[in-house]
Design a protein around this ligand. Structure first.
Ligand code: AP5
Length: 222
């Protein structure tokens, strides 16, 4: 199972990646999380990426492609993977397609989560993230049991720097300009499935599993 999750900021890619990984028993690879780890470590890559991320713009294709292709070589990605937030540009998609063709393991499907701008802004304005285990919570939709503390690992939750309204609207525009053309790229290859993501998270998971029921054994997965 080799899946790509596509969709604007706040569509629920990270939330669904975690839920699907549990059901499908494959690893999740989030380029946003990988980049934030580099920024926290202060690596050369992190120093290059930081200003772009803070402005809500994309990090360069070369940097992100190299980071992901290295990650895909790890042993835990050999049985399958869910890519959350990659590819986001046509050059990234072409690089991934070429790399997977070389090992004869093409993508299984690309899932596009659809959500309106106002819902995206509302979700991100209320998001809290665990810097340790990366789980997300929401003041409106999914509160932790104890205020600002992760239910799973007990770490203090934080707000992401790029979740203020101005940066979120910039991120939505960058998505429209640079990532929306990818929908056609994957549609042409028969891989694209669209999912209405403005519903409770468990409903979105069911819709996603329905959308890929031709490649997933649903009884085995649930
Ligand atoms: P990244 O971290 O990937 O951010 P993003 O794509 O903007 O997506 P988000 O993480 O904001 O949203 P999400 O769709 O995962 O939503 P979530 O599940 O958290 O990237 C950050 C930056 O890194 C980019 O701006 C760029 O600079 C750089 N970058 C990353 N990848 C790159 C690439 N490939 N190329 C170049 N640069 C790259 O949910 C959001 C909130 O809503 C949460 O609070 C959640 O609890 C809640 N929620 C989720 N689902 C539901 C639901 N169904 N109902 C109610 N609430 C829900």
């Amino acid at each position: 199972m080799r899946l790509v999750l596509l969709g604007p900021p706040g569509a629920g890619k990270g939330t669904q990646a975690e839920r699907l990984a549990d059901k499908l028993h494959v690893v999740t690879i989030s380029t946003g999380d990988l980049l934030r780890e580099h920024v926290e470590r202060g690596s050369a890559l992190g120093l290059r990426a930081r200003a772009f991320m803070d402005r809500g713009e994309y990090v360069s294709d070369d940097t992100v492609v190299q980071m992901v292709l290295e990650r895909l070589q790890a042993s835990d990605a050999q049985e399958g993977f869910i890519l959350d937030g990659f590819p986001r540009t046509v050059p990234q998609a072409q690089a991934l397609e070429t790399a997977l063709a070389e090992i004869d393991r093409p993508l299984s499907a690309v899932l596009k989560f659809k959500i309106g701008d106002e819902m995206a802004v509302r979700r991100l304005a209320n998001r809290w993230t665990c810097p340790n285990c990366k789980r997300t919570y929401n003041e409106q939709f999914k509160r932790p049991k104890k205020d600002h503390v992760c239910d799973v690992c007990g770490h203090q939750l934080v707000r992401r720097k790029d979740d203020d309204e101005v940066t979120v609207r910039r991120r939505l525009q960058v998505y429209r300009d640079e990532t929306a053309p990818l929908e056609f790229f994957f549609w042409e290859r028969g891989l694209l499935r669209e999912i209405d993501a403005e519903a409770p998270e468990e409903v979105v998971t069911d819709r996603t599993l329905d959308a890929i029921s031709d490649i997933v054994d649903l009884d085995g997965a649930q």
